[in-house]
Design a protein around this ligand. Structure first.
Ligand code: ZN
Length: 386
């Protein structure tokens, strides 16, 4: 059986697990764990607190630091309200393409790594090859966050991470982070004729938004000189502002949904500390002078760490050697790569298929993309053979 045929078979199994982020991924994780265990990998499965989600971490080769970690998320986005030509959870082949939810984002990559695992296991490897398959990437890289702290706690230090998100096998060495929040203001309702007796939550929300917009301007001046992002600075967006019932009523509750996309971790610290300081030292004291119960609370919806392009990047050099491509790019979409980078690994994103097909009905991956990915993985096996 060819490597591509094996990959197709494995992908067909993976697609049949409907691992939409809201649902359990345990069956798929156990299935992959069994495949890897059978070829002699050491396999650890870490369930989350709910017991319905898990990460898988497996290793082939010597038990030592500096390994190469191949990473993919097991969850997929929902298919509800999408019009599919075929069953999204049954692999369907036509015109040299494989259709199904998750084919490009990103079970195709995972299937390719599993198809090559027996070959890795047959070789005498000089450094370990790790498999990291996570849950809940699509809802804010939640699984990868716990996996990264698990690896830290166990003292496991891989050297390189390759995240196989769909890039058409191009090497991506940087992306912005993405941090989303909902901030809720609770004031004191009252009649519009006596504004001084109430605490108008919408007015405080507006002041909060104004400070965020000032910070947005400040961020433009903080862009690193060599930034390759477009635009080169950290952006900030106000996505939704709500509150109030009628013209003549003081607003009791108001909400602001906002996000920012840091190009460097310093900007993350800057935005969060500046806006928190403003809320706590300026807005809240003024609100509480009238109503002691007034509050400002920020809920974190998701924080995806950015991948900062680095001048020295072993992961980039390794993958460039394997794919024969010398360019490395930056992209607009977020991945788990930044989390692995924060663990001290050098990381790149490189995987089969196109992000254009991700999250859409009739999601597909081209067979030639899977072949290109298999070539890279085969090269990797040769490269780390002792
Ligand atoms: Zn993805």
């Amino acid at each position: 059986m060819t490597d591509l045929a094996r990959t197709k078979d494995i992908l067909s199994e993976l697609i049949s697990f409907p691992t939409v982020s809201t649902d359990s991924n345990l069956d798929m994780i156990q299935h992959m764990g069994a495949l890897l265990y059978d070829i002699g990998a050491s396999v650890d499965i870490y369930a989350d607190d709910s017991g319905t989600k898990a990460n898988l971490f497996a290793t082939i080769g010597p038990d030592r630091d500096g390994g190469i970690l191949l990473s993919g998320h097991s969850d997929v986005v929902p298919v509800a309200d999408q019009d599919w030509r075929s069953d999204p959870f049954q692999l369907y082949e036509a015109d040299d393409k494989l259709y199904g939810r998750g084919t490009c984002d990103m079970k195709g990559f995972i299937a390719a790594t599993l198809a090559m695992a027996p070959e890795f296991a047959r070789r005498e490897l000089s450094r370990p090859i790790h498999f990291a398959f996570t849950h809940d990437e699509e809802t804010g890289c939640i699984g990868a966050q716990t996996l990264v702290s698990e690896l830290k706690a166990r003292g496991i230090k891989p050297g390189i991470a390759v995240i196989g998100e769909p890039t058409m096998m191009r090497i991506i060495e940087g992306h912005k982070g993405c941090c989303e929040y909902t901030t809720r203001f609770s004031g004191l309702e009252g009649h519009g004729s006596a504004p001084d007796r109430g605490v108008n939550a919408a007015e405080y929300a507006v002041r909060y938004v104004s400070r965020l917009l000032e910070i947005r301007e400040e961020l433009k001046g903080r862009a690193p000189g060599n930034s390759r992002f477009d635009p080169p600075w950290t952006t900030l967006n106000i996505g939704r502002v709500t509150g109030g019932v009628a013209h003549n009523v003081i607003v009791g509750k108001s909400e602001v949904e906002w996000e920012f996309r840091p190009v460097q971790s310093d900007d993350y610290d800057y935005v969060t500390s500046e806006i928190t300081r403003y809320a706590e030292t300026v807005l809240l004291p003024a609100m509480r002078a009238i109503c002691p119960d007034a509050s400002i609370e920020t809920e974190t919806i998701g924080e995806v760490t950015g991948l900062e392009p680095m001048p020295e990047n072993e992961a980039r050099d390794l993958v460039a050697g394997l794919t024969g491509s010398n360019d490395a790019d930056v992209v607009a979409f977020g991945t788990e790569a930044g989390l692995f980078q924060s663990l001290g690994l050098s990381a790149v994103v490189c995987g089969p298929g196109s992000i254009d097909q991700a999250h859409k009905p009739d999601e597909y991956i081209e067979l030639k993309q899977l072949s290109a990915c298999l070539d890279m993985l085969k090269g990797l096996g040769r490269k780390v053979a002792a």
